[in-house]
Design a protein around this ligand. Structure first.
Ligand SMILES: Nc1nc2c(c(=O)[nH]1)N[C@H]1C(S)=C(S)[C@@H](COP(=O)(O)O)O[C@H]1N2
Ligand SMILES: [Mo]
Length: 421
């Protein structure tokens, strides 16, 4: 067994060692053979797709037909037509960016098909100059690009249940995705509108059938909010807000209003449905949490995770995602013995603020029972809490903002289940 550099070898659950590949190096080859024999084998290896020309060009590419499992799982909600969610299959993805066709969706009343030639954006209220824009005029403004995650405030809410849900990580935590968004900083347009001293909140309204609205403090709007027009280089997909959406980096999904049509400057919040009857939660003290915009530090191991099967002992790469609405992730630790020992993982560079951060660490599985956990720490010092601690603070009335540590139990047969531990 290797001598560990920065991690402890643990009795149960095997060994975690970030430097293992560097120190030892090893081969996961199907077979090992001499070079001349291997060359002969390679020459013999011919498949049908090498015998004739392949398919022709396509106007818009699609994933391989062998990747049918990497799809969004959809879940309709009977509250209204077109209300529901589709989830990002986090268990099938790597790196930090979510492909556009797999970005999670949350609609209150379906996806409108908005004609960009007639779409308009109105800015009015506590401004000296009311403004109306069409898409052509917006496209003339200077733009910025920023990679950031969007997470629904209700993501991971199955964690509040008494029994741990047994489902793929994406179907539990996949109401979060990460894209490079490109658009116009809102402060440019609002400075043009010239806000009056009474303008302290911006009431943001969408142009879908739900005409959803939310209130955002002016400070946040002027700090880093922008109007996105492009998503990962192409125009935003209809389901993610085409032709225009608001991006409020690090803040809960609901304030990232899609199909944006109106910005109303006001001296107070609108007290709309999504900031009173929803997204307001009673604490054990009897007080309520309201306007809890920021998504707290969170992480989860996506591989291995529920639904995967470890069928051999030996090396696996533990890989997962971490993010925080407060800024950059500075550290992600992983434990394979249920939290007794923790090892520091390698973070994929560059680590960006309010964005997905990919962490990885090699793990030697000995074939014994193991209990995998990950714990994120952000640059403000926020540490992802254990579930017990979160529930002690927030009580059992929680529904939103669940960010507790996730635990995967590995049986001695290599089966993976979700546990509270
Ligand atoms: N106009 C409008 N904006 C909306 C919504 C909506 O239903 N209508 N849903 C909100 C919610 S609750 C979330 S979590 C995010 C989801 O964004 P996405 O569908 O692009 O992932 O959009 C928000 N913006
Ligand atoms: Mo949401």
């Amino acid at each position: 067994m290797t001598k560990n550099v920065n991690l402890k070898s643990v009795a149960k659950g095997g060994l975690l060692d970030r430097r293992f590949f560097l120190k030892k190096g090893f081969v996961f080859s199907v077979a090992a053979m001499a070079s001349d024999k291997l060359l002969a084998e390679a020459k013999k290896y011919r498949q049908p797709w090498m015998e004739k020309p392949g398919d022709s060009f396509s106007n818009y590419g699609q994933p391989s037909v062998f990747e049918k499992e990497a799809i969004r799982w959809t879940m309709a909600n009977k509250a209204a037509a077109g209300n529901g969610v589709s989830w990002t299959p986090l268990q099938n993805l790597e790196g930090t960016l979510t492909p556009n066709g797999l970005h999670f969706e949350r609609h209150h009343n379906g996806v409108p098909q908005i004609d960009p030639k007639i779409h308009q954006l109105f800015i009015h209220g506590e401004v000296k100059k009311s403004l109306v824009f069409d898409m052509d005029s917006l496209l003339r403004y200077p733009m910025v690009s920023r990679q950031c995650f969007i997470e629904c405030g209700g993501n991971s809410n199955a964690g509040w249940r008494d029994e741990p849900i047994q489902t793929a990580v994406g179907y539990f935590h996949g109401m979060v995705s990460c894209s490079e968004w490109t658009g116009i900083p809102l402060k440019i347009l609002l400075n043009e509108a010239n806000i009056t001293p009474r303008g302290k909140w911006v009431i943001v309204e969408g142009g879908d059938a739900s005409i959803m609205n939310v209130s955002i403090p002016l400070e946040k709007i002027m700090d880093d909010c922008f109007l996105a027009i492009y998503q990962n280089g192409e125009r935003i997909r209809p389901e993610n807000g085409y032709p225009l959406r608001l991006i409020a980096p690090g803040w809960e999904g609901v304030v990232n209003v899609k199909w944006l049509r109106r910005l109303h400057l006001s001296n107070r919040p609108a007290m709309s449905r999504n900031e009173t009857s929803k997204y307001t939660e009673l604490l054990p003290s009897g007080k309520a949490r309201q306007f809890t915009f920021v998504m707290e530090a969170k992480s989860l191991i996506t591989n291995p995770s529920y639904g995967h099967q470890l069928d051999k002992t030996g090396f696996y790469q533990i890989s997962g995602l971490a993010w925080s609405g407060r800024g950059k992730i500075v550290k992600v630790e992983v434990s394979v013995d249920g939290g007794k020992n923790w090892g520091e993982t390698e973070l994929q560079k560059p680590v960006l603020s309010k964005s997905f951060t990919r962490f990885r660490i090699p793990w030697h599985w000995t074939g014994e029972k193991a209990l995998l956990k990950s714990r994120a720490i952000d640059e403000t010092g926020c540490v992802q809490p254990e579930r017990e601690k979160l529930i002690a603070e927030r009580g059992k009335n929680g529904y939103f903002h669940y960010n507790a540590i996730v635990s995967w139990k590995i049986s001695n047969k290599g089966e993976i289940s979700h546990v509270y531990a």
